[in-house]
Design a binder for this molecule. Structure first.
Ligand SMILES: Nc1ncnc2c1ncn2[C@@H]1O[C@H](COP(=O)(O)OP(=O)(O)OP(=O)(O)O)[C@@H](O)[C@H]1O
Ligand SMILES: *[C@@H]1O[C@H](CO)[C@@H](O)[C@H](O)[C@H]1NC(C)=O
Ligand SMILES: *[C@@H]1O[C@H](CO)[C@@H](O)[C@H](O)[C@H]1NC(C)=O
Ligand SMILES: *[C@@H]1O[C@H](CO)[C@@H](O)[C@H](O)[C@H]1NC(C)=O
Ligand SMILES: [Mg+2]
Length: 329
């Protein structure tokens, strides 16, 4: 649609201008207008081709290594999952990741890193869609409307671009009915109503299971064991138990887990003082400031940590660092 409109617009501008000229000039001007239109179109309009949508495995690896702090497990799973899926020309089902952890540990941040290494426009891409239950689906009474709307959105967007990404934030607050309505798109069906969903990416973010992840991390810390030695298998059982037993999140998880629709559960560990310092330094750099270790350390020390006596993990992770930085500098 837009191609034609823009195209016609440039042609007609060229034609209006051309009216005043001789036939030969007219041809030149029209030709010029058309070429100009094509060039502008080429450089302005995001399209679902390799110019705008191309996976950069190296970029993802480097970003996870350099920008994401204290999440060795999440980092490894995400890289493995994305690389495997994106290099598979014929995936059997869409990629479904479920990111879990307490607040400010980097779940949205990781979704952003993923988007930036697939879409040239990153989170601003018209092929990346973020749904927040409280923002998009606030009223439980309108659930039926939301259901059909969400299904139409997913279908419409995947029809536009098979390599679409859907991020569901605050998944634990999402109405179970809505989750049921997206289930068909996550399954192994070859096609649903003639649309192929197998190249799409679904990412669920939630705090569900965050407490049990934190408890394990604390056990390791108290036993004097290095955080890096925490393994996915140390977290899997407690995570799934707490997620299953959580009344709010239990429904969506059971319905998705039962059918093995989630490919990877990705745990995010609570962050320690040293990670907060890293976040503060990164933020200084992002703001174009000179990195100041003393200020970063002071800022990190002033945050709230738990458990109260030992002060091991930041209550809000790396959240609020950005706004706090203004106060310290
Ligand atoms: N592990 C991390 N490494 C680097 N930066 C981080 C990390 N965790 C958080 N941050 C920084 O803090 C900001 C807030 O984190 P983010 O929004 O990803 O948290 P979240 O896990 O989604 O929390 P919530 O559960 O409250 O939504 C990020 O934009 C990022 O700048
Ligand atoms: C537009 O882009 C395509 C490939 O993306 C290229 O082949 C074509 O030459 C470009 N056209 C112009 C006018 O730049
Ligand atoms: C991929 O990422 C790497 C590392 O960030 C970067 O150097 C490279 O230019 C990127 N490649 C493309 C095609 O964008
Ligand atoms: C794609 O999703 C967005 C919501 O992110 C929605 O507003 C839009 O209408 C959808 N597009 C189609 C073609 O369905
Ligand atoms: Mg978040």
């Amino acid at each position: 649609m837009r191609v034609t409109n823009r195209f016609l617009l440039y042609v007609s501008i060229a034609c209006v201008v051309a009216d005043a000229f001789e036939p030969i000039t007219t041809t030149v001007v029209v030709g010029l207008g058309v070429t100009l239109g094509r060039i502008i179109y080429n450089y302005s309009q995001e399209s679902c081709d390799s110019k705008w949508v191309a996976f950069n495995a190296t970029g993802l690896k480097v970003d996870l290594e350099q920008k994401l702090f204290g999440q060795h497990i999440a980092s490894r799973i995400v890289l493995k999952a994305l690389t495997g899926f994106m290099n598979n020309a014929q995936p059997k089902k869409p990629l479904v990741l479920s990111l879990h952890g307490s607040t400010g540990t980097g779940k949205n941040f990781v979704s952003q890193i993923i988007a930036e290494n697939i879409y040239k426009e990153g989170m601003d891409s018209s092929f990346v869609h973020v749904f927040t239950s409280e923002l998009h689906f606030p009223h439980a009474s309108k659930i039926d409307t939301y259901k059909s709307q969400l299904q139409q959105w997913i279908k419409g967007n995947v029809t536009n671009c098979g390599r679409s990404m859907f991020i569901f934030d605050e998944m634990d607050k999402m109405h179970p009915g809505l989750i049921d309505s997206i289930k068909p798109y996550l399954e192994y069906y070859d096609k649903v109503d003639g649309v192929c969903y197998r190249k799409a990416i679904f990412i669920f973010l939630s705090n569900a299971g965050g407490e049990s992840i934190t408890q394990i991390a604390l056990d390791f810390w108290r036993a004097g064991q290095d955080r890096q030695t925490i393994d996915l298998k140390d977290l899997e059982v407690p995570l799934s138990l707490s997620v299953f037993n959580n009344k709010q999140s239990g429904l969506w998880h059971t319905s998705l887990i039962d059918k093995n629709l989630v490919d990877y559960f990705v745990p995010f560990l609570p962050l320690e003082h040293k990670h907060i310092v890293q976040c503060a330094l990164a933020e200084m750099e992002a703001k174009g400031m000179v990195k100041n270790h003393e200020v970063a350390d002071q800022l990190a020390r002033d945050l709230v940590y738990f458990p109260k006596a030992e002060r091991v993990f930041s209550v809000k992770g790396c959240k609020t660092i950005e706004s706090k930085l203004d106060y310290y500098t």
